[in-house]
Design a protein. Sequence first.
Length: 277
Amino acid sequence: MDYFHELTQTVNRALDEDIRTGDVTASLIDPGKWAHARIITRQPAVVCGRPWVDEVLRQVDATITPQWHIKDGDQVQAGALLLELTGKARSLLTAERTALNFLQLLSGTATRTNTYVQMIEGTGATLLDTRKTIPGLRLAQKYAVKTGGAENHRIGLFDAFLIKENHIEAAGSITAAIETARQLQGDLRVEVEVESLEQLGEAVMATPDWIMLDNFTLGDMRKAVDIASDTGIKLEASGGIETSAELKKIASTGVDYISIGALTKHNEAIDLSMRLQ
């Protein structure tokens, strides 16, 4: 997966919405003044976002020199020095907010993801993200999820079939939808969402690659695992998974995957600080 092919455009849009016609406050500073800056974290985190920060610095002023003290995926404690910068004071201050926004957001996503991954370690289940991402930042957040130790479900509507209740209604049945998907693009993964054990039975007979168990009880998840055993079909639990206790119990049922929208939609930025010296 190329997480970075939209990076330049993403950063350009972020800078444009912030700078527009110019940083009026930075204009108070002598244009010839150079400065040194340090970025630290005020809380524990899994750091993520270096490529976006580097691109912000490059687009604002290519003469800024970054010295990173960490790499993406590193776990750091409160007070850790992440990055030192040397450059024109005006440029450092103009780049500050956008650079920190990317680093705080993506580190927050990676940190939350890593917390959930650790909860289900050893169960055999794999944690997945969803398409519930901030508009315009999907690849960045998908990268952060991967950095945090989970896997990406699908990037968008183009790289896998995910047949949900409205698709089933429009297609006529679970079987019809799966058969049509195979005929249209047989090289893509076909997944179908089911809401009951009855629907699961039909789905298993139609042999998709994956079946999503939507808001199943723990008991029905275990039954689903038994029904799908020896079929080669992967089972994914999804829907309403909000607490660590729920997550651990679901992972223990034997499902292959657990997808959680909260990884990318419940955003808690890591508290970072940049200070000039």
